[in-house]
Design a protein around this ligand. Structure first.
Ligand code: HEM
Length: 133
């Protein structure tokens, strides 16, 4: 990702992070609307799960200039996700729910180039996760 894309992602994530609890709740609601069969995979409290998701995203967004520093973490996360019963196609459903959540929270800041930059971020995380699984 180039510096311009990284700046766009970091700036827009900063905005969404201001309302991260609401954004996480919207994300899971959308995810389970898109595929209700995913709901039983989540055994822990969904609010706590949302905090973990936002923390992981924050770390990834902070590390975009040095993606190799999070590669190991991402690979291990992918292996754990296989254990949770996550299937390869579920990564596409999560991508849709995540992009939808960002769009909903960013309003007019959600432009085609912001969408493209976020799609790259998702692939950066989900790519090695899927491969490791
Ligand atoms: C960018 C992609 C993703 C990120 C950053 C992410 C992040 C996380 C994190 C941080 C955890 C906490 C436990 C751990 O680290 O192992 C977790 C657990 C979990 N994730 Fe993900 N995840 C991603 C993709 C997915 C996908 C595609 C699914 C499919 C539905 C999924 C379903 C789950 C489930 C079922 C758990 C366990 C929840 C529980 O223990 O109750 N995740 N995820």
């Amino acid at each position: 990702m180039d510096a311009n894309e990284i700046e766009k992602v970091q700036r827009t994530f900063g905005k969404v992070a201001l309302k991260k609890e609401a954004a996480a709740a919207q994300f899971y609601a959308k995810l389970f609307e898109l595929d209700p069969s995913l709901r039983p995979l989540f055994k822990t409290d969904i609010t706590k799960q949302g905090e973990k998701l936002m923390l992981t995203l924050a770390t990834a967004v902070r590390s975009l200039k040095t993606p190799e520093t999070i590669k190991d973490t991402v690979v291990k996360m992918g292996q754990r996700h296989r254990g949770y019963g996550v299937r390869d196609k579920d990564y596409d459903t999560v991508a849709k729910a995540l992009l939808w959540t960002l769009e909903k929270n960013l309003g007019t800041d959600w432009t085609p180039d912001v969408e493209q930059a976020w799609t790259k971020v998702y692939l950066l995380i989900a790519g090695p996760m899927r491969q490791a699984a």
